[in-house]
Each structure stands twice: as structure tokens, then as C-alpha cells.
Design a protein around this ligand. Sequence first.
Ligand code: CA
Length: 475
Amino acid sequence: MSSLSRFLFILTIAVAFQICNAAENTRPNIVLVMSDDQGWGQVGYYDHPLLKTPNLDEMAANGMRFDRFYAGAPVCSPTRASFLTGRANDRTGVYQHGNALRLQERPMPRAMQQAGYATGHFGKWHLNGLRGPGVPILGNDKYHPGRYGYDYWLSVTNFFDMNPTLSRNGSFEEFNGDSSVIIVDEALEFMERQSNADKPFFTTIWYGSPHSPMVASDSDQKAFTHLKETDRNHYGELVAMDRSIGNLRKGLRELGIEKNTLVWFCSDNGGLKVTPESVNGLRGRKGTVYEGGLRVPAIIEWPNVISEAAISKTPAGVVDIFPTIVAIAGLPKSAMLQPQDGQSLKNSIEGRIPKRRKKPLSFRFMEAGALVDNQYKLVTQKLGSGEYEMYDLAKDPKEGTNVIDSRPEIAKRLVAVFEKWSKTVDASDEGKDYPEGRLTDPNPRRMFWTDLPGYEPYFEEWKKRPEYESRLKDK
Ligand SMILES: [Ca+2]
């Protein structure tokens, strides 16, 4: 190397180092929060008749509220798979609740870890192929959060409730109190450690509320005493969850990092059959591809960038989270496996909310499918049947009138877009997107944890626990 090229080489390294350092200091922290089975109507800011959510309301009043935000799918694990990959669930091996996310996917926490973020997962996981009430995740689980790029995890396989047992990187620990409050406290401790070390963090907090079993403390049920027991507890869980949102926001302020921290809240699927109803009058509920199954509350708060409250009425969804974070954190596009099903919302967050969405939101869940293209929505109850319904969501947000026959041109266009998209999903499902061009492992079996030998040593002790009792009575 000549002395000039050596000089230039050293200069380049020095400049690159400076740029890295500058990025290190300004890169925002990312906190992604998701509730479990909270319907579109179950927030105070949509004037729910009984439920008060002062903390979510304040977050919305201080940030950006999405009025047309869509889950990845109408049930748990599939949405979680889309959340972490930016891809439709059927591309990733997660067709149904309880399927494991393929290790060949390229998930968001891994991209953030590689970019120098400290990564932590707190709460429900449900991407490791196990069904049944949430149990702490085994340290040798092939699909635990650490396998997808989380440095640190305090997690449970599925839904969890009061006084849970959680797994801290594979060791089991018992906790007392409401599960939402516990995981937020733990996440804040993680954030404090990273903040003290001047390291940006990426955290996912996935609640187990207000999913069944519904158990809330007496004080959280106070506003609902006239409701039947399950509804009273269901709504009580939302009260506790909202309180934990308050703890999170307060904790960030106390650490002095709230301005440079992006907090993104949403639910994982539509609401349940409860009283008062959970979906604000929309059609369908959890499990269906009608609006009640897919539309969920969503808010982003990020004081450094969102200085004035904003409301977006343009469709957006869980599949947009990964491309948005990639754009915000300045990661290379190669961080995401193609094809991606979402688009970056960075412009919206920065105050430039588009009137229309460029890329339609497409869904496949079991036999059903749907496509949301701004004003119109296509629905099929049976993929491959060629039978579709279509709704004009601008005039008919409750999907009451099927307009498939009265708007044949629009219908034809949407059907073509949907069917073309669905073919790419089939190719992904066969493993065509992976560098190997195929699945290196068959899709893992979907099973109850009671059939996994690793849990047998805990059966006797767990028989005494109300959440496991019925699962273990014959074991
Ligand atoms: Ca759920």
C-alpha cells in the first residue's frame, strides 16, 4: 500500500467510525408493545361506554393514532410472525395459532441486534410451536426468542395471567401480581441497564391481556361490577394493562429517555365476544377476516419526531412495523427477507400522512383471505374457490353490503392483485425466498406442551396451579 492510499484508508476508517458514533448517540430506542385480543373498540379514546384507558388516551393525545390499523392476521401467532418478519404469516410457516416461526426467516430482532441494538423480549411469545396455557419457555427450546435475535428474554409460551411463572433466558422464576405490570417493570429494568451503558435498545413487550383466562384484581374490576364474571375480569385486565402503559411512559420519563424513544402500541387481533361488545360495531371478531377480526387499536408516541398529536385514517398494519423500523434506524434493505408485505410509515410519522396507501394490505388465514385497497376490501371465505365478496369501506365500514356484482371493474382488478399475491405466498411457503431455495427443516409439529418431555418434571407441581389444572389432570 502506498503512503497515500494508506493515509486515505486510515481517513476512511476514521470517518466511518465518527459516523457510527454519531449514529450510536442519536439512534432512537424502539419499544414495541402489543396487547392480546384487545378489540378495536376497547379504548377510552373511542368513547367506550364503560372502559377508561387514561394512559392509552394520553399516549394518543401526545402521539399518532392510527384509526385503520390492521393486525397481520385475525389470531395470535400468525400476527406475531408478521410482526417480526414484515411478511404474511403463510410465508413463514405460521398458518395458525401455535405454529413455530421458521428459523430460516430473517426477523426484526436479529436485524436490530446486528445493528448494535440491545434486544429484549418480555411476555407472551407463541412462536415456538407449543399450544396450551402459557408455560415458561425451556432454555433448550429450539424456537425460543433467543434463536431469533433477542439477547435477553423473560417469556412465556402463550397467554398468562396473575402471578405468572416466567422464563428468564431459560431459567424459571415465579412472580406475584398482574402480568402486564410485571413485564413492564422488568422491561424498564432492561431499558435502564442499556441506557446507563449508552446502548440503544429494541424491546418487544407482548402482553397476555385481555386474553383468557380472565383474571383481574378486585380493584381493577370496580367499574364493571354489574357485568358477568368473565366480562368483569376481561375488562379488569384492560384496566391493569392500561395502568402498565402509564408505568412504561413514566419510567421512560424518569430515565430521561422518553423523547428519543419510539413507543408503538397495537393489539394482535380483533376483539372477543364480550359485553359491552369489543369491536365498536364492526363486522366479525377474532378469527374472521372481516374488520372486527383484523382492525386493532394502534398508537405511536415519539416526542422527538411527533411533536403534535396526529390521526391517520389511511390503512396501515402490523406488516409495516419492520420496514418502518428499518427506515428509522437506517438499516440496509437486506435486513428484511423479500418479498415484504408492508411498507415504511416513516413519512406518516414525520407528519406527511398520505391520503392513500400504495401497497394493498393482503391477508391469508387458514381457508380465508382478504385484501384492503384503501376504499375497497375484497374477502374470500375459501381460497382458490374464485368466490369473493367486496365492500366499500368508505361508505360501509361495517361491511353490510356486498358490492362485488355492482362494481365489476374494481372487483376484477382486486381479484387479480389478490390472486397474484397469493401465488407469491405459495412460493414463499415452499421456501423459495430463502437463500437455500427450499425448507432446510420441515415445518415443526404443532403440539401441546404437555406432550413435550422437557416439561414432565414440572407436572406434579403445576397440577396445583389453576391455569394448568385442567391440562394436567390426566397426566
Ligand atoms: Ca390474541
